[in-house]
Write a protein that binds this ligand. Structure first.
Ligand code: NAP
Length: 314
């Protein structure tokens, strides 16, 4: 049977944007309900060291930081639901949202903080070995690759951080990048280039993952030089794909204004979407900064804007 919940603020998503929105909305006495999604805590729960979130002199762990944010949100009065929103109706206010477990929210305002998800190469052979040698999360799976040869695909901060992290387990890490320059921060590049366990293969893409069927296991990776199409095979029993993210916005397709990469569009200096009373905060609307601290800032903005909207309209 459907359980109906009326609320001033429904927050969808549980990364830094969602939890910060919850903290501010709860402290404004709006009694927010937060639906966490499949991976409570978001992307930071699959990160290790965090050394750029202000307020901590020493390195902290991503999962710990998210647990602290959750505890803080609960303490000030957020109702937390480990559930998945599978349908939203935004064409009239109050808005409507339904979840997998059969809850129906009737909300005066909605804060979308659903974040972004890892991108894959979309090769058939990648699907075959996902979970059997191929992963998009070094923190989650690196441990399983002790003393093995691993490749990391990508040239951004994530790829370089993952390559460095994987040296804790692997005997050798090869970073495979499609260009001859990394886009990762200089300080990370320096650490990468001087690490004795890491090699970089420039100007190459993965064409195929090759391995055994029984048991399913990765053995080799076929690479292609983007300049002359020459192929080469390297020995690797693990591959980590770190080529960026896509916003988690399929739930809102054709219901809210998005850009050509499906990021939600918000008004300048605001988290308000094209629908009054609906706000978007964090990676779901930000492809530039994508930091925990910027997401948290946007979560705060969204809650303050929702509070103002409710005060003026109800
Ligand atoms: P990113 O910066 O978008 O980098 C993605 C990388 O993957 C790029 O080097 C790109 O190549 C490559 N790539 C994309 N599609 C590919 C494909 N189909 N095949 C092969 N290579 C492909 O993504 P990210 O590293 O995940 O970082 C995302 C954001 O989070 C960034 O703003 C980053 O600064 C931030 N971040 C920050 C930290 C930190 O501050 N500690 C840690 C992680 C991430 P090209 O270079 O050729 O485009």
């Amino acid at each position: 049977m459907t359980k109906k919940i009326e609320t001033d603020v429904l927050i969808i998503g549980s990364g830094p944007a969602g939890y910060t929105a919850a903290i501010y909305a709860a402290r404004a006495n709006l009694k927010p309900h937060l639906v966490s999604g499949l991976e409570p805590g978001g992307q930071l729960t699959i990160t290790t060291d965090v050394e750029n979130y202000p307020g901590f002199e020493d390195v902290i762990q991503g999962p710990w930081l998210m647990e602290q944010m959750k505890e803080q949100a609960l303490k000030v009065g957020t109702e937390f639901h480990h559930d998945i929103v599978n349908k939203v109706e935004l064409d009239k206010n109050p808005f409507n949202a339904e979840t997998d477990s059969g809850m129906e929210f009737i909300a005066k305002s909605i804060i979308i903080a659903t974040g972004a998800q890892a991108r894959w190469l979309n090769l058939e052979s990648e699907n075959k070995f996902k979970g059997f040698g191929i992963s998009a999360c070094a923190t989650c799976d690196g441990f399983f690759f002790k003393d093995q040869n691993i490749i990391v695909v990508g040239g951004g901060n994530s790829a370089v951080e993952e390559a460095l992290y994987l040296t804790n387990f692997a005997s050798k890490v090869t970073l495979v990048h499609r260009r001859d320059k990394l886009r990762a921060e200089k300080i990370l590049q320096e650490r990468l280039f001087k690490h004795p366990k890491i090699d970089v293969i420039w100007n190459h893409v993965v064409d195929e993952f090759i391995g055994a069927n029984e048991p399913i296991s990765l053995k080799e990776v076929k690479l292609r030089n983007v300049n002359d199409n020459a192929e080469k095979i390297i020995y690797a029993t693990g591959a980590f794909i770190a080529i960026g993210h896509d916003p988690a916005t399929s739930l809102f397709k054709n219901k809210i204004k998005m850009d050509n990469e499906n990021y939600i569009i918000t008004k300048p200096d605001s988290t308000e979407t094209n629908i009054k009373g609906v706000y978007a905060a964090g990676d779901v609307k930000d492809k530039i900064f994508r930091q925990a601290v910027t997401a948290a800032g946007m979560g705060c903005m969204a809650a303050l804007e929702a509070e103002k909207y409710i005060a003026e309209n109800y």
